[in-house]
Write a protein that binds this ligand. Structure first.
Ligand SMILES: Nc1ncnc2c1ncn2[C@@H]1O[C@H](COP(=O)(O)OP(=O)(O)OP(=O)(O)O)[C@@H](O)[C@H]1O
Ligand SMILES: [Mg+2]
Length: 1063
């Protein structure tokens, strides 16, 4: 069997409305087989990838009168533009050819939510995707063959399933299958979904009807669960069987299974918030997708010769796609790309995923055998299975034997195996029966069984043209418009028990009434507390109801009111209403800025998060209320500082509060969203009357660990002072996730040596941090105590990470106090500081986080969730306080406070030096000196204290006032040091620190250069060692304004009193 690589196509969609509004930047370009992606933030070169097919669907198209997007020949990219037909011709036609030849094929679409997977696989309206075009084509080609007189019998069967949260749902079955279908392993066919409806279809219209039925079932389930759509994988299975006589005259069966897979949206690359959640259920939602990634990576490894285990068994999706990925199938992957800058990370990760997938090699074979042989094999296999079942000698699937099993586990496995054997027996028997029947017989049988839901979709579509109705809106545009409720009476009640009936969080039995008064429609809530929004606004009294109005009943039931008569009579061009639009309206009405203009990438991402979170929070509150779960949820916008992080973007987080105990938890968005899906399942079980619908505490999505540590607040400690070797002592505010002060902390940063011996700061101060490059630099961080921390916490401690060191440093944990005396100290630094280290100290900070545990309440008050929510105004969508981010404490304040303190100290040091210089000049003048040696000036300048400087100044009278040549000046002055001077030098050196002594020693070894005081008449006078072979010239240096003024004053006064120039 020849090996063949998985073929990979990439396709980039147009900007969507929001991207256009915010003038998004295009980051994808395609040139021939090359696709390149540009990092909007980086200066890096664009990254390039090559794939088998590159489809440019971003621009260069125009919509025709029927709504079909075809190439626009007048556009520069018109030629490059790939419409649905071009994509089908390249991919779908190949898949169909495979089917005719008897090869199994799989086509799957991968990409982030909203990137265009469904557009390619299923399509929208007239812009049909690969599935409908494939189905249409296959029947057309069959008809053509028949017309040519081909005697082959053609049989087509259709199935449609969804994998959601590791459960398989048959989309052709409208009943809610608890737990979903079992995935079993057949010795020949591989994995299959046990009990999946595989229906014979006679023509394209038949398939279309089945697909509509499947989509409707999906929509109903999705509305109950909300937003499952982008988290579910859909697999459409089409089996094409050709029965004919082979050359030897034998009855032959050629079978090709084609799987068309629309995968769930891949999560944002940075969504790691769910890791570490006690509750694993939520995270399982994307288990299939991450497992698919692992399988692809392992298969890519294998293709490059590594012997890697492929973890097919780790998820339902990879089990069902096993054949497609590593077996008897020809496989195509479409990687759907979002074109906008804000999706750079996800799009790059999609490209990498696709790049890995293209390395996978498969070997497909033609599935063609004499029918009799196939039947005989099935019979023999069933005999074996029966014998095994009778003897009880059941073997496990290869690779699963395990010696460590307990008797109980063995018994359990035996039961499961029995089940499996029986299922395979049934499946084989069914298959044999199907082989013996003619296709006409099978079609008739399927029809007799009811042939689906019985819904006449054509009649509904016709009625929609004239009768007013509610049409559903779904987060997944693919599922919008599939549920229609007609408003046909003068008064129609809507609610869980209404004329138009649907359930959902906060939907009550009689929720609202729509009245039709001679073609004028109105809407009214049956009770003012019922949650009913019209165009984003709460309905509190009877309101006129207009065509295209958006209505939200409860928290999850979104509809658009369609009044065909009003629409047709109006000249107005009504825009297409989407779920997104309805969501945006609600967000806007809650005061959140939804405008697209001038949004940075970060703001745009925040806006997307907010749109996703706001309705989810409302839904969680509604469920909590109905199930009386004593929890309330609120969304917050949190800056990285407030999260206790040094970098990152401002994010949406959720505050979960127990209304009885007042315990709080702060959840990252992903953790909340994952838990919300479990809440929805719990709620659905409650609605279905399942008992018990309550989950055990360890699985309850409303509960979090009370013993979990709570991040109380953070403090950013700037390290700039350490780069000048200046000691700092400060009392800083601890700020919580909302930016409010929750306590104070006393901190100190003290220069020290490696073993922690503290230096007096005068000894080690440096004027410029760059002087420390290559030198030893250490400081001690002291966290003396916290003060005034909230009383509801105990086990208080602080922790931080120093400059990417792997392990955090932690204080001890102290309970029963609001003023923990941590008395913590830790030495940090570098034995030989690099420029990078110094830069870090100069501009960097440590983020100190204060943590604690929430105390158990002394007494617990029983509160009803609904009452508490009404009191807290959380029932009408007030779940986000836009003002929560109004920081009481500006994090910049700490930065400037610390900088000011540091500058003050630095100025003090510089002033001290200037004063010494001034004194020196006065002393020199007093003794009528024309020259001083560099050595002495340096000693005075670098004297660590006033006393030390005075001692050096006292040596001025002994200075020789020689006016001989420059080169001899310094040497003579240094060599002519008197004995007294030598003694003084020794004394001074003793008083210096080790560091300073080293500095002094180096200085002594340096050839002495004369110090020139230049431009003494100018106020920019500086003291500077003159470089060798350099004639003295005026030098400029940056000084603080205060220091500058003092220099100038000192020099001016000096200038007034003396005209001497020291060369
Ligand atoms: N090639 C295209 N031309 C025009 N519109 C497109 C194209 N691709 C996608 N879109 C539009 O972008 C939106 C998202 O596309 P689609 O529903 O296909 O995304 P998806 O990847 O299936 O998302 P999800 O993971 O949420 O299911 C839809 O409104 C769709 O109409
Ligand atoms: Mg989709």
């Amino acid at each position: 069997m020849p090996e063949e690589n998985v073929r990979v196509a990439v396709r980039v969609r147009p900007f969507n409305r929001r991207e256009r509004e915010r003038n998004a930047t295009l980051i994808i370009d395609m040139n021939g087989a090359t696709t390149q992606i540009t990092d909007p933030a980086g200066a890096d070169e664009p990254r390039k990838f090559t794939f088998d097919y590159s489809f440019w669907s971003h621009d260069g198209s125009k919509e025709d009168a029927n709504g079909y997007y075809g190439p626009d020949t007048s556009h520069p990219n018109g030629k490059k533009f790939a419409d649905q037909k071009k994509v089908y011709d390249a991919l779908g036609v190949a898949v169909l050819k495979n089917a005719w030849e008897g090869y199994n094929s799989t086509l799957f679409a991968y990409g982030q939510t909203g990137s265009g997977k469904s557009w390619s696989v299923v399509g929208y309206g007239i812009n049909k995707g690969i599935v409908p075009m494939f189905c249409d084509d296959v029947f057309k080609q069959i008809e053509a063959k028949k017309a040519e007189g081909d005697k082959t019998e053609f049989e087509i069967t259709f199935s449609m399933l969804e994998i959601y949260n590791e459960q398989v749902r048959d989309l052709l079955d409208s009943s809610r299958q608890k737990g979903g279908l079992r995935v079993r392993q057949h010795p020949k066919l591989g994995f299959y979904a046990d009990g999946l409806k595989i229906v014979p279809v006679s023509d394209y219209a038949d398939i279309e009807k089945r697909m509509e039925e499947g989509t409707q079932n999906r929509t109903v389930a999705s509305t109950n669960m909300n937003a499952t759509s982008s988290r579910a994988h859909t697999i459409v299975g089409i089996t094409f069987v050709q029965k004919f006589q082979n050359a030897a005259g034998e009855e032959t069966t050629k079978t090709a299974v084609t799987n068309l897979v629309d995968l769930a949206g891949s999560e944002r690359a940075d969504s790691t918030g769910a890791t570490g959640d006690r509750l694993k259920e939520g995270a399982a939602i994307n288990q299939s997708l991450s497992c698919l990634g692992n399988v692809i990576a392992a298969l890519a490894d294998r293709s490059s010769g590594k012997n890697t285990r492929v973890p097919y068994r780790d998820s339902v999706l990879t089990k069902l796609l096993k054949n497609a990925l590593g077996g008897n199938s020809k496989t195509i992957m479409i990687a759907a790309l979002s074109p906008a800058d804000i999706n750079f990370d996800e799009t790059l990760s999609t490209l990498r995923y696709a790049d890995r997938a293209k390395q996978i090699k498969n070997s497909a074979s033609v599935n063609e055998d004499p029918t009799e042989k196939l039947i005989r094999e099935l019979q023999e296999e069933n005999e074996k299975l029966k014998a095994a079942l009778a003897s009880g000698n059941l073997t496990m699937v290869a690779g699963e034997e395990d010696d460590d099993l307990t008797d109980e586990e063995r018994a359990q496995i035996k039961l499961e195996l029995e089940d499996q054997y029986k299922s395979i027996l049934d499946k084989n028997a069914q298959e044999m029966e199907d082989m013996k029947k003619t296709f006409e017989e099978r079609l008739k049988e399927a029809e007799q069984k009811g042939g689906g839901s019985g819904t006449d979709f054509a009649a509904i579509n016709e009625k929609k043209k004239t009768v007013a109705h509610l049409s559903n809106l779904n987060l997944d545009p693919q599922l919008s418009g599939h549920i229609t409720h007609f408003v046909e009476a003068p008064e129609v009640c809507i609610g869980a028990e209404g004329d138009i009936a649907f359930k959902g969080p906060s939907v009550v039995a009689k929720h609202a009434i729509i009245r039709d008064d001679g073609g004028k429609f109105t809407i009214e809530a049956c009770d003012v507390t019922n949650r009913l929004l019209q165009n984003g606004k709460a309905v509190v009294s009877k309101q006129p109801l207009k065509h295209n109005d958006r209505l939200i009943f409860g928290t999850t039931q979104y509809f658009v009111f369609v009044n065909p008569k009003e629409r047709d009579a109006s000249k107005e061009k009504f825009p297409e209403v989407t779920f997104e639009m309805a969501q945006e309206e609600v967000a806007k009405k809650s005061g959140f800025d939804m405008s697209g203009e001038n949004k940075s990438r970060e703001d745009a991402l925040l806006q997307e998060d907010m749109l996703e979170i706001m309705p989810a929070v409302e839904e969680a509150n509604a469920i909590s209320q109905e199930l009386d779960k004593k929890m309330k949820f609120e969304s917050m916008v949190v800056s990285p500082e407030a999260r206790g992080e040094l970098s990152g973007r401002t994010e949406v987080m959720i505050k979960a509060t127990n209304i009885e105990t007042k315990h709080e938890w702060i959840w990252p968005k992903v953790k909340f969203m994952n838990r919300k899906y479990v809440m929805q399942e719990m709620y659905n079980d409650f609605l279905d009357g399942d008992d018990p619908w309550e989950l055990p505490p360890e699985k309850d999505p409303f509960l979090d660990d009370i013993n979990a540590e709570f991040h109380i607040g953070s403090v950013k400690i700037w390290l700039q002072s350490t780069s000048y070797m200046i000691a700092m002592k400060e009392q800083l505010d601890i700020i919580d996730y909302r930016g409010y002060e929750v306590g104070k902390i006393n901190i100190e940063l003290v220069p020290c040596n490696k073993s922690g011996k503290e230096f007096a700061e005068d000894e080690v101060f440096v004027e410029d941090p760059s002087e420390l490059v290559g030198k030893e630099i250490f400081f001690k961080l002291k966290l003396e105590n916290g003060m005034g921390l909230p009383t509801r916490f105990t086990d208080l401690y602080a922790k931080y990470i120093f400059n990417h060191e792997p392990k955090p440093f932690e204080t001890k944990k102290l309970g029963n106090t609001i003023n923990p005396q941590w008395a913590f100290s830790q030495v940090h630094g570098y034995a030989k500081a690099t420029e990078k280290d110094i830069d870090f100290l100069k501009d960097g900070a440590i983020m100190l986080q204060v943590w604690g545990k929430q105390k158990l309440p002394k007494e617990k008050k029983t509160v009803n969730t609904k009452d508490a929510m009404i009191k807290g105004n959380l029932t009408k969508g007030q779940t986000h306080n836009v003002n929560t981010n109004n920081k009481k404490v500006d994090p910049e304040k700490v930065k400037y406070m610390m900088k000011c303190a540091m500058l003050e100290k630095k100025t003090q040091h510089l002033e001290q030096k200037l004063a010494a210089m001034k004194k020196m000049l006065e002393e020199a003048e007093k003794h009528k000196k024309k020259k001083l040696t560099v050595d002495l000036i340096q000693k005075i300048y670098h004297a660590p204290s006033n006393d030390a400087a005075d001692k050096c100044i006292a040596l001025i009278p002994q200075e020789k006032d020689d006016t001989s040549s420059e080169s001899s000046k310094s040497s003579s002055s240094s060599s002519s040091s008197s004995d007294d001077e030598k003694k003084e030098k020794k004394k001074h050196k003793r008083s210096l620190s080790a560091r300073e002594r080293k500095k002094e020693k180096n200085k002594d070894q340096e050839p002495k250069r004369p110090m020139s005081v230049t431009s003494i008449h100018s106020d920019k006078a500086v003291l500077k060692p003159q470089k060798r072979n350099e004639s003295p010239k005026p030098q400029k240096r940056k000084e603080s304004p205060k220091a500058k003024k003092q220099t100038s004053d000192a020099i001016k006064s000096q200038n007034k009193s003396s005209s001497c120039v020291l060369l």
